[in-house]
Design a protein around this ligand. Structure first.
Ligand SMILES: O=C(O)CCC(=O)C(=O)O
Length: 267
């Protein structure tokens, strides 16, 4: 496996902006076998339990064939041969360069927008708005592009520097409450916030912090927009989450998830 040594500028960008774009993170030869498994998950040939296959637009009532954002949580748990793949290994080494210390892979996730899904909107949020608040903020969340991404197919967008704000922004459930839908929405002001899109080539990644505001628009193109997420956090953070019963599965108890958003509002 080839190493991916970061430049001083890349490390600086991560800490200053709350995210960084790392080009050519995986080779085509490394991407292909991962892509094959990815598509098996999307076609549900590799099954996952309950809501770990869901539509991230937040509508629990949609039938899978109508999903706008196909979301698979914890694929490496459901298909252990994914574990220790080249992406995981390279990302672990880069997370070490960015945030250091005793780190673990907290969760993995597949987030795909099929072609012609203008409502495949991933609402603005800070990841910590979805997670229990833990004392160690170190987080490096990787988003690997399996397709070229741009405005038309709903690329990720970040608010530069938002991870340095003293308070987490308020997060409100998109519909009803957390027992009825998963999606949270944070406030973003385009006049004040510095929004920057992440236009990626296939094989590029972005890496972001747990407090960096981000979201993405719908897919108005005839192309897919497929992302593969890996989040590295401190072993202490992961142990604290698990002690609460929080595993990043969308099958975690709804009352636990509802308590987290309530805490988010109080910050
Ligand atoms: O795929 C997207 O558009 C959003 C993904 C995301 O929110 C994340 O990786 O934290």
């Amino acid at each position: 496996m080839h190493a991916y040594p970061l430049t001083q500028e890349q490390r600086h960008a991560f800490h200053e902006d709350g995210w960084v774009h790392l080009p050519a993170f995986l080779t085509e030869a490394e991407l292909r076998p991962l892509e094959a498994l990815y598509m098996q998950f999307l076609r549900r040939e590799l099954p996952v339990a309950g809501r770990d296959y869901c539509d991230m637009t937040g509508e629990y009532t949609r039938r899978p064939e109508d999903f706008a954002i196909l979301n698979v949580m914890l694929p490496r748990r459901y298909h252990p041969p994914l574990q220790d793949n080249p992406y995981e290994r390279r990302a672990a080494a880069v997370a070490q360069q960015l945030i250091g210390g005793e780190l673990g892979l907290d969760y993995d996730q597949l987030v795909a927008k099929p072609p012609h899904k203008p409502d495949a909107v991933f609402h603005w949020h800070q990841d910590l708005g979805y997670w229990p608040k833990t004392p160690d903020p170190r987080t490096a969340t990787f988003w690997l592009a399996l397709d070229e991404t741009d405005h038309d197919n709903g690329c990720l967008q970040f608010v530069d520097g938002s991870h340095r704000e003293a308070r987490l922004r308020g997060h409100v459930p998109l519909r009803g409450d957390r027992t009825q839908n998963h999606t949270l929405v944070a406030e973003v002001d385009p006049a004040r916030d510095r929004i920057r899109p992440a236009r990626l080539q296939r094989g590029d990644v972005t890496v972001h912090h747990e407090r960096t505001l981000h979201g993405s628009g719908g897919n108005r193109s005839a192309r897919w927009r497929r992302g593969y997420v890996l989040a590295f956090r401190s072993l202490d953070t992961i142990a604290r989450e698990r002690a609460l019963g929080f595993t990043h599965s969308h099958n975690d108890p709804p009352d636990l998830l509802a308590r987290i958003v309530t805490e988010g509002h109080q910050q």
